[in-house]
Design a protein around this ligand. Structure first.
Ligand code: HGY
Ligand code: MN
Ligand code: MN
Length: 445
């Protein structure tokens, strides 16, 4: 590409970025939050776990404005990932892709994942406002079950998309009520296909592992760094490694009042000792990059006056270096009580993003004069499996107080809009060059 074309593309990318609407972005985010909102508005948090009724309704709601708009198509794949496609001039080319997830923690915030999907759809609206068409198609993905809190592991949708052979094992995973992921997946696919038939949506086939030209995801930081440094955007260079374990400790239930300590086989006492060894390691190892969390603890029979016969608890450990994760694994093996069971639910090594695409993110911030820095992601994201599948990168918006996975999760809308503008700039370049075209009329409804 010659210098003149590059300058023209950068100028048009700036136009697309400036066509991002703060009000329309906020309206879409607040409308999305209403699907599963606890209490009025967004302050009470959002309960929209993977593939529950709220999420299926939210998927239909997000897709609907585009599904009949000329130049757009919709699809859902075998992992129930939903895609909204904006056609390009050369529609056979592999797409530039963005997106994130709209499933939440059992009681999460209104922006985790939701922001990346809303930002991608806002870029579509910005391109429509300008009547511009990109060379490549652009897909906005709504990945299935990123959180992993209903069905473990997390990232099921994006892992299955990038490695279809993994889907089979996911289908048999059950949630706390014993429902198989396969049943929830089937219901989600049927639900969207039925709506598409009812509404006459323009449909497209979306096979797993179809080629993607590049993937860039916008997400809230979910940590304190950007806010503390007063920066607008994080250009993410890597995501730290994460491992999830489920530990089952057996015991024998007996009477709390009559059973001498020496005669007990107390699952609770044994599990607490194991958990304490892990927490002590995290507290005393002197490595403040280590993140170790015991998030779920189930005890049976759970009666105040009966010695526990079984405890099941989870460990979530994160670190940029595999050796630190290995050390925790070795400690678990050593501290596991006799008869204890260890299941590895998730083991994802640190991923580094594509240097050129991470550079484009920084170029976008410089062109748009957005204060920014390069940074590591403490949380995992759908860009993690995508990073091993196609050139990938991420953009972060600040999180107020660094809070996430909590109803207080929040980000000033101007910061969300700034990050969306950076995303728009990147997508315009990734899917470019841009040409003017008759803007797809807004859908009649
Ligand atoms: O747990 C995570 O890192 C992500 O927010 N699901
Ligand atoms: Mn997320
Ligand atoms: Mn999350």
């Amino acid at each position: 590409m010659n210098a003149l074309d590059a300058m023209r593309d950068a100028a048009l990318a700036g136009d697309v970025a400036r066509a991002v609407g703060t009000a329309s972005l906020e309206a879409r985010l607040r409308g999305l939050a209403a699907h599963g909102a606890v209490g009025a508005g967004t302050g009470g948090g959002v309960a929209r776990q993977a593939l529950c009724a709220h999420e299926l309704a939210a998927r239909r709601w997000l897709v609907q404005p585009f599904a009949r708009r000329p130049g757009y198509r919709v699809g859902i794949d075998a992992a129930a990932n939903v895609f909204v496609r904006r056609d390009g001039q050369e529609s056979m080319l592999s797409p530039a892709m963005t997106g994130s997830h709209i499933d939440t923690q059992p009681l999460g915030g209104w922006l985790d994942g939701a922001f990346g999907v809303a930002a991608g759809l806002e870029v579509f609206d910005a391109l429509d406002r300008l009547g511009l068409r990109t060379r490549r198609p652009i897909d906005v993905a709504m990945w299935t079950n990123e959180e992993g809190s209903r069905f473990a592991p997390g990232l099921m949708g994006s892992v299955a998309f990038t490695a279809p052979q993994r889907l089979e094992a996911f289908l048999g995973v059950r949630d706390g009520d014993g429902l198989r992921f396969e049943a929830a997946r089937d219901a989600a696919v049927d639900d969207l296909r039925a709506e598409a038939l009812r509404e006459g949506w323009r449909w497209m086939d979306t096979p797993l592992a179809r080629p993607v030209h590049g993937y860039i995801e916008a997400h809230i930081e979910q940590g304190p760094v950007l806010e503390a440094e007063g920066l607008q955007v994080g250009c993410v260079s890597a995501i730290q490694g994460v491992r999830w374990f489920r530990i089952t400790v057996p015991g024998r239930s007996a009477h709390a009042g009559t059973t001498p300590l020496a005669a007990r086989d107390d699952a609770q006492a044994k599990a607490v000792r194991t958990a304490h060894a892990l927490l002590e390691h995290a507290a005393r190892c002197g490595d403040d990059r280590l993140r170790l969390t015991i998030g779920r603890w189930e005890c049976s029979p759970g009666s105040i006056n009966t010695i526990a016969e079984r405890v099941v608890f989870t460990v979530d450990v994160r670190h940029p270096e595999a050796a630190a994760l290995d050390a925790v694994r070795a400690l678990i093996d050593a501290a596991l009580p006799a008869g204890g069971q260890l299941e590895v639910l998730q083991d994802k090594p640190t991923v580094r993003f594509d240097a050129a695409l991470a550079g484009l993110a920084r170029e976008a911030c410089a062109a748009l004069q957005l204060s920014h820095r390069e940074m590591l992601s403490g949380a995992f994201h759908d860009a993690m499996p995508l990073a091993g599948f196609c050139p990938s990168a991420m953009l972060f918006a600040p999180s107020r107080g660094g809070v996430s996975h909590h109803p207080d999760e929040d980000t000033p809308i101007d910061d969300l809009a700034a990050c969306t503008r950076a995303l728009a700039w990147c997508l315009a370049r990734l899917a470019g060059p841009l040409v003017s075209s008759t803007p797809p009329e807004a859908s009649k409804d």
